[in-house]
Design a protein around this ligand. Structure first.
Ligand SMILES: [Zn+2]
Length: 143
Protein backbone atom coordinates (compact mmCIF):
# COMPACT_ATOMS: atom_id res chain seq x y z
CA UNK A 1 0.00 0.00 0.00
CA UNK A 2 1.63 3.25 -1.11
CA UNK A 3 2.04 5.80 1.65
CA UNK A 4 0.93 9.40 1.54
CA UNK A 5 3.79 11.65 0.57
CA UNK A 6 4.29 15.17 1.89
CA UNK A 7 5.02 18.22 -0.23
CA UNK A 8 8.65 18.03 0.94
CA UNK A 9 8.79 14.39 -0.20
CA UNK A 10 7.45 15.32 -3.62
CA UNK A 11 9.89 18.22 -3.90
CA UNK A 12 12.87 15.99 -3.13
CA UNK A 13 11.56 13.38 -5.55
CA UNK A 14 11.44 16.08 -8.24
CA UNK A 15 15.15 16.75 -7.72
CA UNK A 16 15.87 13.04 -8.18
CA UNK A 17 13.65 12.96 -11.27
CA UNK A 18 15.42 16.01 -12.69
CA UNK A 19 18.84 14.31 -12.84
CA UNK A 20 17.54 10.82 -13.70
CA UNK A 21 18.04 11.35 -17.49
CA UNK A 22 21.72 12.17 -16.88
CA UNK A 23 22.49 8.70 -15.54
CA UNK A 24 25.34 6.95 -17.32
CA UNK A 25 23.97 3.46 -17.81
CA UNK A 26 25.19 2.14 -21.19
CA UNK A 27 25.34 -1.47 -19.96
CA UNK A 28 22.15 -2.06 -17.98
CA UNK A 29 20.12 0.73 -19.53
CA UNK A 30 18.62 1.18 -16.06
CA UNK A 31 18.90 4.84 -15.15
CA UNK A 32 18.59 6.08 -11.59
CA UNK A 33 18.55 9.59 -10.16
CA UNK A 34 18.80 10.43 -6.48
CA UNK A 35 18.65 13.46 -4.23
CA UNK A 36 19.84 13.72 -0.63
CA UNK A 37 18.42 16.38 1.70
CA UNK A 38 21.01 17.32 4.29
CA UNK A 39 21.72 20.51 6.21
CA UNK A 40 18.92 22.28 4.40
CA UNK A 41 20.50 21.62 1.02
CA UNK A 42 19.84 19.24 -1.86
CA UNK A 43 22.54 17.01 -3.35
CA UNK A 44 21.87 15.11 -6.55
CA UNK A 45 23.46 12.03 -8.03
CA UNK A 46 23.00 9.52 -10.82
CA UNK A 47 24.18 5.98 -11.34
CA UNK A 48 27.46 5.82 -13.22
CA UNK A 49 28.25 2.45 -14.77
CA UNK A 50 31.66 1.20 -15.81
CA UNK A 51 33.00 -1.38 -18.26
CA UNK A 52 34.46 -3.04 -15.16
CA UNK A 53 30.98 -3.65 -13.74
CA UNK A 54 32.15 -3.77 -10.13
CA UNK A 55 33.35 -0.17 -10.42
CA UNK A 56 29.80 1.06 -11.02
CA UNK A 57 28.34 3.45 -8.47
CA UNK A 58 24.66 3.88 -7.66
CA UNK A 59 22.84 7.22 -7.76
CA UNK A 60 22.14 7.17 -4.02
CA UNK A 61 25.80 6.79 -3.16
CA UNK A 62 26.77 9.44 -5.75
CA UNK A 63 24.36 11.89 -4.08
CA UNK A 64 25.62 10.91 -0.63
CA UNK A 65 29.21 11.55 -1.71
CA UNK A 66 28.24 15.03 -2.89
CA UNK A 67 26.56 15.78 0.46
CA UNK A 68 29.55 14.57 2.46
CA UNK A 69 31.92 16.48 0.20
CA UNK A 70 29.93 19.62 1.05
CA UNK A 71 30.40 18.88 4.75
CA UNK A 72 27.11 17.17 5.64
CA UNK A 73 27.12 13.87 7.51
CA UNK A 74 23.58 13.90 8.90
CA UNK A 75 20.96 13.27 6.22
CA UNK A 76 17.26 13.96 6.62
CA UNK A 77 16.02 12.16 3.54
CA UNK A 78 16.93 10.62 0.21
CA UNK A 79 14.78 10.34 -2.90
CA UNK A 80 15.34 7.72 -5.59
CA UNK A 81 13.85 7.55 -9.09
CA UNK A 82 14.57 4.58 -11.34
CA UNK A 83 13.46 3.21 -14.69
CA UNK A 84 11.30 0.58 -12.99
CA UNK A 85 7.53 0.66 -13.19
CA UNK A 86 7.25 0.24 -9.43
CA UNK A 87 8.87 2.79 -7.12
CA UNK A 88 12.61 2.03 -7.15
CA UNK A 89 14.09 0.88 -3.86
CA UNK A 90 17.76 1.46 -2.97
CA UNK A 91 19.95 -1.64 -3.38
CA UNK A 92 21.34 -3.36 -0.30
CA UNK A 93 24.75 -1.73 -0.59
CA UNK A 94 23.16 1.73 -0.72
CA UNK A 95 20.94 0.98 2.27
CA UNK A 96 24.04 0.17 4.30
CA UNK A 97 25.95 3.16 2.92
CA UNK A 98 23.11 5.58 3.73
CA UNK A 99 22.60 4.13 7.24
CA UNK A 100 25.97 5.64 8.16
CA UNK A 101 24.39 9.08 7.84
CA UNK A 102 21.11 8.44 9.67
CA UNK A 103 19.52 5.00 9.92
CA UNK A 104 16.12 6.64 10.40
CA UNK A 105 16.21 8.92 7.35
CA UNK A 106 13.18 9.08 5.11
CA UNK A 107 13.47 7.25 1.78
CA UNK A 108 11.16 8.48 -0.98
CA UNK A 109 10.88 6.27 -4.05
CA UNK A 110 9.56 6.74 -7.56
CA UNK A 111 9.71 5.06 -10.95
CA UNK A 112 8.42 5.51 -14.50
CA UNK A 113 4.81 5.88 -13.39
CA UNK A 114 3.09 8.15 -10.91
CA UNK A 115 3.36 5.47 -8.23
CA UNK A 116 5.43 6.66 -5.28
CA UNK A 117 6.29 5.28 -1.88
CA UNK A 118 8.15 6.33 1.24
CA UNK A 119 9.66 4.39 4.12
CA UNK A 120 12.17 4.97 6.87
CA UNK A 121 15.60 3.59 6.03
CA UNK A 122 15.48 1.34 9.09
CA UNK A 123 12.35 -0.25 7.66
CA UNK A 124 14.30 -1.09 4.50
CA UNK A 125 17.38 -2.17 6.47
CA UNK A 126 16.64 -3.25 10.01
CA UNK A 127 19.69 -3.85 12.22
CA UNK A 128 22.12 -1.93 9.99
CA UNK A 129 25.79 -2.20 10.91
CA UNK A 130 26.50 1.22 12.42
CA UNK A 131 29.42 2.82 14.22
CA UNK A 132 28.16 1.73 17.65
CA UNK A 133 29.31 -1.80 16.89
CA UNK A 134 32.87 -0.58 16.48
CA UNK A 135 32.78 1.16 19.87
CA UNK A 136 31.76 -1.92 21.83
CA UNK A 137 34.24 -3.30 24.35
CA UNK A 138 35.07 -6.87 23.43
CA UNK A 139 35.95 -7.68 27.05
CA UNK A 140 39.57 -8.27 26.12
CA UNK A 141 41.76 -5.92 28.19
CA UNK A 142 44.98 -6.33 26.23
CA UNK A 143 43.99 -3.85 23.52
ZN1 LIG B 1 22.67 1.06 -4.80
Amino acid sequence: MPKKLTEADMALLAFAREVHPRAYAPYSGFRVGAAVFAGGEIFQGVNVENAAYGSTICAERAAALAAVTAGHTEFDAVAVVGDSEAPCVPCGACRQFLAEFNPAMRVIMGGRTDAVDALRLDELLPEAFVRGYLDQDDGDDDA
